[in-house]
Design a protein. Structure first.
Length: 261
């Protein structure tokens, strides 16, 4: 139900209220300014003729009329002008394909202005109650959604904090384990290094010592040569030795060469 006003000689008149009753092929309008009332009964034949003049179907014509008379549209200019003999002409503008158009319907004085006005006011009161209830419901829904959003935000922050703490704890444990492994590896490396040093010395010593039969023969020959040049006199001495072998005594005799000084 739009609230329309009329402008006469630059002066805006009192607003009027329009109540529409919409059917498939026709519609009825009840209009009041609070004191007087008017009605418009658009018959099926009239709607069909108007739709044909505007190259529209009846359904499209009804839908467009309901859109502009059921709710006041911004940008549309509404008018309620005198049409003579107590009649009024209701008009409204709209745009189609970039062109501004205007529709008009003639309204007759109501046979019972008080009844028509009361019906319009009752409709306004019911609509106001429904709108108020809808506003309250939407406000409550918004408050519930806001509360749920705050809970979700708090839970998200809590989970994020717990995740950060968990990652920090796990990272700290990982660093501790890694440092422990590194320390053990360093100790093992040091022990292996200490064990490898004597082995290296022994290997160098072995490499420095002569090996093989020829080396041994050379060594013996050198010793013999050294013994041969010594100015020593040798004497043969007989030696007897008694040795116990189990329950028997064994006499051992052998000769020993000893140097004579």
């Amino acid at each position: 139900m739009p609230e329309t006003g009329n402008t006469v000689d630059g002066i805006k008149t009192e607003p009027v209220f329009v109540k529409g009753t919409w059917h498939r092929t026709r519609f009825d309008l009840s209009i009041t300014d609070g004191l007087q009332a008017w009605t418009c009964h658009a018959t099926e034949e009239e709607v069909k003729e108007r739709a044909s003049n505007w190259d529209q179907t009846v359904a499209d014509y009804i839908d467009l009329a309901e859109r502009y008379l059921g709710f006041q549209q911004p940008g549309s200019v509404y008018g309620f002008a005198d049409a003579g003999n107590g009649c009024k002409r209701l008009s409204w503008t709209f745009e189609k394909e970039g062109t501004k158009l205007e529709w008009r319907w003639k309204c007759q004085p109501s046979s019972d202005s008080k009844k028509t006005t009361a019906e319009v006011l009752d409709f306004l009161m019911d609509a106001n109650i429904r709108l108020s209830e809808e506003v309250v419901w939407k406000t409550q829904s918004f408050d519930r959604l806001k509360l749920e959003a705050e809970k979700c935000l708090a839970q998200s922050e809590k989970l994020s904090s717990e995740k950060t703490e968990f990652e920090s704890e796990i990272y700290g444990k990982f660093v501790n384990v890694l440092n422990s492994k590194k320390a053990k590896l360093r100790d093992l490396r040091d022990r292996l290094s200490k064990q490898a040093q004597p082995t290296s010395c022994q290997e160098r010593r072995k490499k420095s010592l002569p090996t093989g039969p020829r080396a041994l023969m050379k060594k013996v020959t050198k010793r013999q040569k050294r013994i041969a040049v010594l100015p020593l006199k040798m004497s043969l001495v007989a030696v007897s030795l008694v040795v116990e072998n189990g329950n028997k005594l064994v006499l051992l005799r052998f000769a020993v060469c000893v140097p004579v000084t």
